[in-house]
Design a protein around this ligand. Structure first.
Ligand code: ZN
Length: 66
């Protein structure tokens, strides 16, 4: 049995990766982290990783007021 490592998909740090539930890239003015509305911050959905937040339980959302 070969012990193959999974190929590195990206060198981008997790904090710079966007998920389907993110409204904007991290660090965008007027946005901030919020609980994922899909999984309610659990990072899991029906036993699987929540695709919306990538399993982090948080998504980037626009902050109202400004
Ligand atoms: Zn989620």
């Amino acid at each position: 049995m070969t012990d193959r490592k999974r190929p590195v998909e990206t060198q981008v740090p997790p904090t710079h990766r966007m998920h389907p539930g993110d409204e904007a890239p991290p660090g965008t003015p007027g946005t901030g982290e919020g609980l994922c509305p899909i999984c309610q911050g659990s990072g899991r959905l029906n036993g699987d990783r929540c695709e919306s937040c990538g399993g982090t339980g948080r998504v980037i959302q626009g902050i109202g007021g400004a």
